[in-house]
Design a protein around this ligand. Sequence first.
Ligand SMILES: *[C@@H]1O[C@H](CO)[C@@H](O)[C@H](O)[C@H]1NC(C)=O
Ligand SMILES: *[C@@H]1O[C@H](CO)[C@@H](O)[C@H](O)[C@H]1NC(C)=O
Ligand SMILES: *[C@@H]1O[C@H](CO)[C@@H](O)[C@H](O)[C@H]1NC(C)=O
Ligand SMILES: *[C@@H]1O[C@H](CO)[C@@H](O)[C@H](O)[C@H]1NC(C)=O
Ligand SMILES: *[C@@H]1O[C@H](CO)[C@@H](O)[C@H](O)[C@H]1NC(C)=O
Length: 362
Amino acid sequence: MEIRIKLLLVQVFIHVLLASGQNQDIVYLQALMDNWKNTPPSWVGSDPCDKWDGVTCTDSRVTSITLASINLSGELSGDIGQLSELQMLDLSYNKGLTGSLTSDIGNLKKLKSLILVGCGFNGPLPEALGSLPELSYLALNFNGFTGRIPPSLGKLTKLYWLDIADNKLSGSIPISNGTTPGLDLLVNAKHFHFGRNQLSGEIPPNLFSSKMTLKHVLFEDNELTGTIPLTLGLVQTLEVLRLDRNMLRGDVPSNINNLTLINQLFLSNNKLNGALPNLTGMAVLNYLMMQETGLRGEVPVEVFSIPQIETVVLRDNQLNGTLDVGPSYSNHLQLVDMSNNKISAFTQRSGYPADLMYALYD
Ligand SMILES: *[C@@H]1O[C@H](CO)[C@@H](O)[C@H](O)[C@H]1NC(C)=O
Ligand SMILES: *[C@@H]1O[C@H](CO)[C@@H](O)[C@H](O)[C@H]1NC(C)=O
Ligand SMILES: *[C@@H]1O[C@H](CO)[C@@H](O)[C@H](O)[C@H]1NC(C)=O
Ligand SMILES: *[C@@H]1O[C@H](CO)[C@@H](O)[C@H](O)[C@H]1NC(C)=O
Ligand SMILES: *[C@@H]1O[C@H](CO)[C@@H](O)[C@H](O)[C@H]1NC(C)=O
């Protein structure tokens, strides 16, 4: 009986709040606060739109919560899903925020940015992340998330930024198959940052196509196997490619030379073999890192005349023959590391500042 009366009173109270023009989001913000420590001192009173630090409103509805680096701790409760006008949620760099990411996040149909970088979240990434039709920025890096990348992320047609690096995610990279979505559908994404997880299996060839507009593909430090897919050469917008520190084998596909916008290429620490591919199509290549990859044969002289080339690290391979930077090497060249190969001689070139050359051969 008492409980019923209490419930009735609460309902009446909410009605009064709404009728009196009180902020309808306050109830849910207070419920979030019940699970948090160290909320800003300004979070008092019944109107979150009135000078609450980190809260932005439009027409008395909470549209943005930004509480980065304030030592917030506790769990993110399902009440977050009730803030139905929320467009931006940034709780980054609060290590004390732990627990799993609630599926109720999927109720935030207007959410554009979800930024939880450097918190203490763990457990699986909820499938419900795929139910955020407006989401364009998703940064969940530097947490303790486990399990697979949900295929549902492939439904985020507006996604521009996908950063899930530095977690403990495992399993393969999901691609669509007619019934299930996958990351190959993210044709508007510019950033795939998946580094430093435990992703395994092959890099699916169907992940890439000429429809993709990716600028950064960062898959370093995972457990990826198989070969580098030929389809990667179709992603003409690529600027940075990192596949280093995996278990990739085979040749580097020659059409990688079609990627004319690449400025950083990291393929080191894999089990590749074969010759250094022709990379002179990469007109703006700056960094070439291919140490410990099993490269064989001679180093083509052309690689040193790529106009912007600055760093060429090819140490710990099986490269042989005579090393020649050629008569028209780039004047940006700063570091050439060829140590621990089978190179037998170096062709002297006049004017070359020898002090910049490091461990040419031994
Ligand atoms: C962060 O908050 C915790 C309690 O939640 C407290 O013990 C700790 O001292 C705080 N750290 C800083 C740097 O304020
Ligand atoms: C599509 O993939 C999902 C999971 O990856 C699998 O369960 C399903 O059977 C696949 N469907 C077809 C038609 O291959
Ligand atoms: C890409 O590379 C392949 C082989 O290296 C070549 O045949 C093809 O014409 C290139 N495509 C484009 C679009 O440059
Ligand atoms: C290397 O690629 C460039 C640009 O695609 C091309 O012009 C050149 O002929 C190629 N060099 C060799 C040795 O195949
Ligand atoms: C370099 O190695 C390749 C294959 O590993 C071999 O075919 C070639 O004869 C070697 N060249 C020299 C100059 O030793």
